[in-house]
Design a protein around this ligand. Structure first.
Ligand code: NAD
Length: 484
């Protein structure tokens, strides 16, 4: 790969995200040559670390690569003790930025990565401008993590604070689901196969089911989770982005600009449900203990409120107001402590209306996109049952990645970091879409807030969620294809 000249400044450089995702992602880019001689990374956080201590901590997180490669890689890393609220500290940071720019010939290209609590993003962005840390020659880009606000007003305020300093095309809002191989594959399936393009609409599709199931509970993140819940944590961002990938109208060209314009149409078509619609279309849940009592109920976890009404599960129906998708429910569900960890999409096609093979009803054909932990595409289609009868039965065509192929799949952060370095916005969340998605989520939260106490806990750890989630589909004669 061609080398890129660039400086990364990581705010929150001592944190979990930086160590688990960002540094390993950058290392992969280094091993593949996208980063080589002319890059540098400054990690900042409040602790007084030395460069050496910082580098050792990074090396210990790297897999693959030789010791020499790791040592050469981390020699590009520098640590700067920095309190993001202290203007003086930006003066010191500017100094090291300028030094490294010269030392590594970075051409003034800068990526500022916000790997810390979102309430500090605005402060950082403002200081970067007021203290002159922005480049006068190369590019300046800002990468931002979730959560991007906790409702529309806070997201809007955050966005305002950022765009005071950065132009919209300099802001890269990470949604790591958009960095997953099988999510990026969706447009290739949709637009690379004319026969699929032809049926990718409400004439042939009955419903689409999106499942983001986690088997873990809240773990150490209860403090954050208590302020979030599944709807904000997973639906507002990841599930909405997946829906956009599944439905964005075919752009004329596959460019970042046109892709994002097309996705914006999807987000603009999101409904704002009334209270009655929320009651009909959305259900929530919170995990109780497991049937074997081996796992704690959410309310008994460390740092949760014993009376907490935070949802650890949500399922719902999303209807898009787009010509191709009128009448096609998007059933979404996500939760913690479910039976398995699995991310998948089931596109359920309509069954034959006038079956010729009367001895058995044909089932609905289904295209399944397995995102994780397995990755690939499955097609369930009808065929003849072997033998002399006239039975029709379901067959499965399967194209799952094997171990060798999985080896080739880049981690989401590796891929998205590279796309940010290349200035490619197509797989980053755009503000307009985020706004639409927050309006959708806020209406649901507002309706829930009016409800008397939800009857939590309402699902067992290790199940596939509350009964209400099954009923949600059953009332229209449908069911969740994936049963855990
Ligand atoms: P963390 O608590 O491990 O790290 C936070 C970092 O910010 C630390 O380096 C800390 O020293 C630094 N920091 C805090 N206050 C500071 C201040 N005033 N001045 C300077 N530095 C300060 O958090 P994390 O898990 O790495 O998450 C970082 C961000 O990424 C958060 O917005 C989080 O929501 C988001 N995120 C994290 C993950 C993950 O897997 N960890 C996943 C998705 C999103």
């Amino acid at each position: 790969a061609k080398e890129n000249n660039v400086l990364f400044v990581i705010f929150g450089g001592s944190g979990d995200l930086a160590h688990r995702k960002l540094y390993p992602g950058l290392f992969q880019l280094y091993l593949k040559g996208s980063l080589d001689q002319h890059f540098a990374v400054i990690g900042t956080a409040r602790r007084p670390w030395t460069h050496d201590y910082f580098r050792q901590g990074i090396v210990s997180q790297l897999s693959k690569g030789t010791d020499e490669q790791k040592a050469a890689f981390v020699s590009h890393f520098y640590y700067q003790s920095h309190d993001v609220k202290d203007s003086e500290h930006y003066v010191a940071l500017k100094k090291i930025i300028d030094q490294l720019d010269e030392k590594y010939q970075l051409n003034g290209n800068r990526i500022f990565y916000m790997a810390m609590a979102p309430d500090l993003f605005g402060t950082i962005a403002q200081h970067l401008k007021s203290e002159n840390l922005l480049s006068d020659r190369g590019y300046d880009r800002l990468i931002i993590e979730k959560p991007f606000g906790h409702d529309y007003p806070s997201a809007h305020a955050l966005n305002q604070a950022i765009i005071e300093t950065f132009d919209p095309d300099q802001v890269f809002r990470i949604d790591h689901y958009l960095g997953k191989e099988m999510i990026q594959n969706i447009p290739y399936l949709r637009f690379g196969n004319p026969f699929l393009s032809a049926i990718w609409n409400n004439k042939f599709i009955d419903n689409i089911q999106i499942t983001l199931a986690e088997s873990l509970g809240v773990e150490e993140r209860a403090g954050y989770y208590e302020t979030a819940g599944a709807l904000r944590d997973m639906v507002q961002n990841h599930i909405m982005q997946i829906i956009a990938m599944l439905t964005f109208p075919k752009p004329e060209h596959y460019t970042d600009r046109e892709i994002n314009q097309s996705k914006a149409q999807v987000f603009a078509s999101l409904p704002v449900y009334s209270e009655a619609e929320v009651a009909e279309k959305f259900v929530r849940g919170q995990y109780g203990a497991g049937s074997d009592q081996q796992q704690l109920a959410y309310r008994d976890e460390d740092k949760t409120d014993p009376q907490s009404n935070v949802e650890t599960f949500v399922a719902g129906e999303i209807d898009l107001d787009l010509p191709d998708w009128q009448g096609v429910p998007f059933y979404v569900r996500t939760g913690k402590r479910l039976a398995t960890k699995n991310t998948r999409i089931d596109v359920v096609f309509k069954a034959e209306e006038h079956p010729l093979f009367t001895e058995q009803t044909p089932t609905s054909p289904v295209l399944t996109i397995e995102v994780e932990p397995e990755s690939g595409v499955l097609l369930q289609i009808n065929g003849k049952k072997i033998g002399t009868s006239n039975f029709i039965e379901s067959h499965q065509l399967s194209d799952l990645l094997d171990d060798d192929q999985q080896e080739l799949v880049p981690d989401a952060y590796e891929r998205l970091l590279l796309e940010a370095v290349l200035g490619k916005q197509g797989n980053f969340a755009q503000w307009e879409g985020m706004a639409g998605s927050w309006h959708f989520v806020d209406a649901i939260r507002a309706a829930w807030a009016k409800e008397f106490q939800p009857e939590f806990p309402n699902y067992e750890s290790g199940s596939m969620g509350p009964k209400a989630a099954t009923d949600l589909l059953a009332k229209t004669g449908r069911h969740w294809l994936y049963q855990g």
